[in-house]
Design a binder for this molecule. Structure first.
Ligand code: TRP
Length: 330
C-alpha cells in the first residue's frame, strides 16, 4: 500500500478537448499525477445517459479522449488510465447504491434539473439519467479515494456521493471514506468570443487543432471593441484576447503588452501574433505526441488494457468487501 492520497476523476467521451478543458481540468490532473495515486477514467457509461439514442459515436470518442489526455501530458506510467465500462464492478456497486438512495435526493439534484432543461432536444426522462449521480458515486467510492478533482458544476454530485457513503456506512458498517471535492479553479480560459469556451458556441480552440486552423481563428478575434484604431488606447481588462496571454505569455512580456496597449504603442495585430507564438509553443508538442500515438495504432488500446487491469483489481476488491457487508457473498 502506498501512503499517497488517492484521487479519482473521470471525463465523458463526447468530443475533442479544447483549451477550456485543458486549463479547467487537465492541467490540474497533470499536476496531481506526480503527487497522488491517480485514477483517471473515460466515463463512457455516463456519456450513454444522454447519448443513448445515438450511441455509436461514443466508440470513437473513447480512444480520442485518451489521445487528448496523453498528448496533453497525462502519463500512464504515473497514473491509472482506464475505461469505466470495462470495469463491470462499477455497475454492480451502482446497483447496491441504487437500493439505498432515496429518490428525493436524485429528484432534487440541481444538476439534474438544469441539464434536463438545457438539453430539451433530448428525452432525458429516463431512469439512467436520474441515476447519473448514483453511477458517479459508484465510480468514486469503488476506489475509496480521499479526493475527487471536479469543476464547480459537479459539486452537487460530490455531495450526493458523500451522502450515499454515509447512508451505506450507517446501514452496513463503516466502510467508505467520504471523499472531498478538489475544486478546480473557475474556468480560466474563455472562448474566442469571451463567452464560456464550448463546442456548441463554435468559439473553441481544440488541443488537436492544427496551427493552420488556429491562426485564422485568432486573427479574426475581437479584442477591445472600444479600440477602433491602433492610435486609440486600449484596455486589456475588456479584451477577449488578453486572458489568453495570462495563460500563455510570461509575466514580463505581459507587462509590456499592458503598457503598450494602454498607451497605444502596441497594436492588436502584434498582440495576436505574439499569442500565436505562445499557442504554437503550447500546441505543437501536443501535436507531436499525438502523431506518435497515431503512428502506433495499438498504443492507446494497450494503455487502456493495462489501466483497466489495474483498476479492475482495486474495484473487484471493494465490491467483494461490499458483498460481504450486505450478505451477498454467496
Ligand atoms: N460527471 C462528470 C462530468 O461530467 C464525469 C464523471 C463521471 C466523473 N464519473 C465521475 C467525475 C467520477 C469525477 C468522478 O464532468
Amino acid at each position: 500500500m502506498s501512503a499517497r492520497e488517492r484521487i479519482v476523476s473521470g471525463m465523458r467521451p463526447t468530443g475533442p478537448l479544447h483549451l477550456g478543458h485543458y486549463f479547467g481540468v487537465l492541467d490540474n490532473w497533470i499536476k496531481m499525477q506526480s503527487a497522488f495515486d491517480c485514477f483517471f477514467f473515460v466515463a463512457d457509461w455516463h456519456a450513454l445517459t444522454s447519448e443513448y439514442a445515438d450511441p455509436k459515436r461514443i466508440k470513437g470518442f473513447v480512444p480520442s479522449l485518451v489521445k487528448d489526455w496523453i498528448s496533453a501530458g497525462i502519463d500512464p506510467e504515473k497514473c491509472v488510465v482506464y475505461q469505466q465500462s470495462q470495469i463491470k464492478a462499477h455497475a454492480e456497486l451502482h446497483l447496491y447504491l441504487s437500493m439505498v438512495t432515496p429518490l428525493g435526493w436524485l429528484e432534487r439534484n440541481p444538476t439534474y434539473k438544469e441539464v434536463k432543461q438545457e438539453l430539451v432536444q433530448k428525452d432525458l426522462n429516463t431512469y439512467g439519467f436520474l441515476g447519473y449521480p448514483v453511477l458517479m458515486a459508484a465510480d468514486i467510492l469503488i476506489y475509496r479515494p480521499q479526493g475527487v478533482p471536479v469543476g464547480q458544476d459537479q459539486l452537487p454530485h460530490l455531495e450526493l456521493t458523500r451522502e450515499m457513503a454515509r447512508r451505506f456506512n450507517h446501514l452496513y458498517g463503516d466502510f467508505f471514506p467520504e471523499p472531498r471535492a478538489e475544486l478546480t479553479p473557475a474556468a480560466k480560459c474563455p472562448g474566442l468570443d469571451g463567452r464560456k469556451m464550448s463546442k456548441s458556441y463554435g468559439n473553441s480552440i481544440y488541443l488537436s487543432e492544427p496551427m493552420d486552423e488556429v491562426r485564422p481563428k485568432v486573427m479574426s478575434m475581437l479584442t477591445d471593441t472600444n479600440r477602433l484604431r491602433k492610435s486609440d488606447p486600449g484596455d486589456p481588462e475588456v479584451c477577449n484576447l488578453y486572458p489568453y496571454h495570462v495563460l500563455l505569455t510570461d509575466e514580463a512580456k505581459r507587462e509590456e503588452i499592458q503598457k503598450g496597449c494602454r498607451d497605444a504603442s502596441w497594436g492588436c495585430v502584434d498582440c495576436k501574433k505574439l499569442l500565436l507564438e505562445g499557442l504554437d509553443r503550447f500546441l505543437t508538442p501536443m501535436h507531436e505526441r499525438r502523431a506518435a500515438l497515431d503512428a502506433n495504432p495499438s498504443l492507446v488500446a494497450d494503455i487502456l488494457a493495462a489501466g483497466n487491469a489495474k483498476a479492475r483489481v482495486e474495484a473487484e476488491a471493494t465490491v467483494a468487501a461490499v458483498r460481504e457487508l450486505i450478505g451477498f457473498d454467496f
